[in-house]
Design a protein around this ligand. Structure first.
Ligand SMILES: [Zn+2]
Length: 687
């Protein structure tokens, strides 16, 4: 009986481009969805852009545009990448949609009614430079438990413990580098512990989770109560305002998973489906594909929300590891932080689809993209074993077509037909690695047959015409069987083979019946070998591209990488000054801490802002700073900066500048105003 399956991938954040790390998830989900559809199941693939939160707000501020502009631009880019990688969503929505707002309100209503929402005063970290409260992911510091450095504000990648950002030792804002200030605000909390029994049962019994994941979660239920989940953020915040708590917004992690439901609602409206039959129906299977970094959200909070609001619970959460390249974290400086579009400039998406499939198991291990192995595997498996079956046979039957009865083949077709269920079971389990090995074993048998029969020798004698037709009929049918099994992984190849043999590939069962008596169309190259130089060119391009750091979803520690990288690029652009100075020469520069009292825009000036700086008491100076492209007056007012106060005053068109504010960067929008750590006072000298 046909199953009804709703599948999701984690929502990519609308603040960065899709890269090869993200594709580990989207490609495996797409393959799994295509597999289900090929098996005749009713299956719908739902995804959306995750659009809310501080990062989008900050970016819009920086780019002097509306959040909706940032979202629209990134959506276009995401969709183009997904499309070119043949990732076929049934609906691709946005968390900023009316449908999502509707579901957010609905789930909220249930959570309130169930008395799960509590109001508490919280101290939250505030970035005094960026002028915003800081999401957990925007604070980094040292893990309070294991003392690992450079950990995010919500959990430690080293020891796996979770905590709140204010527990971090030596915290800093990843937005501005400032030391965050503690401010007190009212927040709303989801009281997870009230669902302790349900969650313990849901995570530990049944097959919702991989055994290793269930084991990991077990620890959360043993000793302490489950922590309340902070689900509101005070303004300024980009998101949905909470209906019964004005001036406060749902935290992005509240409405992001709801985006699965909201986008389904949009799809139901568009295709005139019943929404209830998908999300309010225990006969529907819900499958989430996620990276291991967001396990906690999807296995505790998310089922808790769904359970409370009486939506269908996930049948399974499929959790995968991260991507490494040549055994290391993706890295901008090594050029292995490759965007999807950069890959596509150099390589066929089918290569990556197959390579990832050949490495994916049903586990949370990291997947390593070994670049040499990538070249070798594509060439030996896809070109050497699979496509080669057709290129060695199709041209001999282009005029006569396939034999009218299926010839004797020593049981080869029957053997591969028998593999069908085993391959299907491994794909169902997400064990694509094993599935690919089974398919390649079938390809080996088929190649051995062609080698032994050598139709290219027989064809020289016209008396062998029938024999050659039979051999090629067998060869092409074995080839087609393999392509049917590979269709979820290589949809474009499946389409081309459907055209070559005059019968579209649309169902898994097609592998059970050989084609006979049908014409064979003109053979064209189905896939070419990949060259090492193409991969090298992609890595070179990867070194050049300027990736906007992602801040949620697939985690590869991008923010840190970006920082490390800017240093080396900056040094190349502006090497150290060779000429030495002595301490007295340095001492001749009078550097002071100053408070920015006022900032005025000068409409006629392209680059300048007029700053009034305070040095304590009523000592003030006017400084014209060429930072208009990088800063708005609001971002500067009230913060502490560093100023050279004994420079010769400079007469300018708009007035006299009595000092210089210190900035890092090369100019234009690439400028970063320096600030002292918190505690410094205006007027203090810098030594
Ligand atoms: Zn730790």
């Amino acid at each position: 009986m046909s199953r009804r399956i709703l599948v999701t991938s984690a929502l990519p954040y609308a603040n960065g481009h899709i890269h090869l790390g993200h594709l580990v998830e989207y490609l495996q989900t797409d393959m799994w969805v295509r597999f289900q559809k090929l098996r005749g199941n009713e299956c719908v693939y739902i995804c959306a852009d995750d659009t809310h939160g501080t990062a989008i707000m900050i970016r819009a501020r920086k780019e002097n545009c509306d959040e909706s502009d940032v979202i629209a631009r990134m959506r276009k880019s995401h969709l183009s990448d997904f499309n070119r990688f043949q990732i076929a969503f049934d609906e691709y929505g946005s968390t900023n949609s009316d449908e999502n707002r509707e579901i957010c309100h609905d789930i909220w209503k249930f959570a309130r009614a169930a008395n799960l929402i509590a109001e508490k005063e919280v101290e939250q970290l505030f970035d005094p430079i960026a002028g915003t409260f800081l999401a957990d992911r925007f604070v980094k510091g040292t893990c309070p438990f294991c003392k690992a450095e450079d950990q995010y504000g919500d959990s430690c990648e080293k020891c796996g413990k979770t905590y709140t950002p204010k527990d971090l030792v030596n915290p800093h804002s990843t937005l501005s580098g400032a030391t965050p200030e503690l401010r007190t605000e009212k927040h709303l909390f989801f009281q997870l512990e009230k669902l302790h029994g349900f969650l313990n049962e849901w995570t530990q019994a049944g097959t919702h989770l991989q055994p290793s994941v269930a084991e990991y979660l077990k620890n959360f239920f043993l000793n302490e109560p489950l922590r309340d989940w902070d689900i509101s953020r005070p303004a300024p915040y980009f998101g949905f305002e909470i209906p019964d708590f004005p001036g406060h917004y749902w935290y992005v992690w509240y409405d992001a998973p709801i985006g699965y439901v909201g986008t389904t609602l949009a799809w139901c409206k568009r295709t005139r489906q019943s929404f209830e039959s998908w999300w309010k129906n225990s006969d529907t299977e819900i499958h989430h594909f996620i990276g291991k970094d967001i396990t906690y959200f999807h296995t505790l909070f998310w089922p808790a929300m769904l359970h409370t609001a009486q939506y269908t619970l996930p049948s399974r959460v499929h959790i995968h590891g991260f991507l490494t390249v040549d055994g290391e974290k993706m890295s901008k400086s090594r050029g292995t932080f490759v965007q999807a579009s950069t890959y596509l400039d150099h390589l066929d998406p089918a290569y990556l689809r197959y390579y990832y499939a050949s490495k994916l198991g049903n586990n949370t291990n990291d997947l390593d993209l070994n670049l040499d192995e990538f070249v070798a595997k594509v060439n030996s498996d896809l070109v050497g074993k699979v496509v080669n079956l057709a290129s060695r046979t199709a041209r001999f039957v282009q005029t006569c077509g396939l034999s009218s009865t299926y010839p004797e083949d020593g049981g080869l077709f029957a053997e591969a037909a028998k593999d069908s269920e085993q391959i299907a079971n491994t794909m169902e389990d997400g064990d694509f690695n094993r599935a690919m090995r089974l398919v390649m074993t079938a390809a080996d048998r088929a190649n051995l047959y062609i080698d032994q029969q050598a139709p290219w020798t027989l064809v020289k004698d016209p008396a062998n015409a029938k024999k050659v037709q039979d051999i090629c009929t067998v060869g092409l049918n074995l080839f087609r069987q393999i392509v049917i099994y590979l269709a979820p992984v290589l949809p474009e190849l499946a389409t081309k083979v459907g055209e070559l043999l005059g019968e579209p590939i649309h169902a898994w069962e097609q592998a059970q019946t050989p084609l006979i008596g049908t014409p064979v169309n003109t053979f064209e190259h189905l896939m070419v070998r990949v060259k090492k130089e193409q991969v090298e060119a992609m890595i070179e391009a990867g070194k050049e591209e300027n990736v906007v750091p992602q801040t949620s979803g697939t985690s590869t520690d991008e923010a840190a990488k970006t920082t490390a990288n800017t240093v080396s690029e900056a040094l190349t652009a502006e090497p150290f000054v060779e000429e030495r100075i002595n301490i007295d020469q340095f001492g001749a520069v009078d550097l002071r801490v100053a408070e920015v009292l006022r900032v005025e825009e000068i409409p006629e000036a392209r680059k300048l802002l007029k700053l009034t700086l305070g040095f304590g008491g009523d000592v003030q100076k006017t400084v014209f700073a060429g930072i208009k492209a990088a800063y708005t007056p609001e971002r500067l007012t009230g913060r502490l900066v560093l100023c050279v106060v004994n420079l010769e005053p400079r007469k300018m068109k708009f007035g006299t500048s009595e000092g210089m504010v210190l900035c890092a960067g090369t100019g234009g929008s690439d400028l970063f105003v320096l600030s002292p750590d918190s505690g410094a006072k205006p007027g203090q000298r810098i030594h």
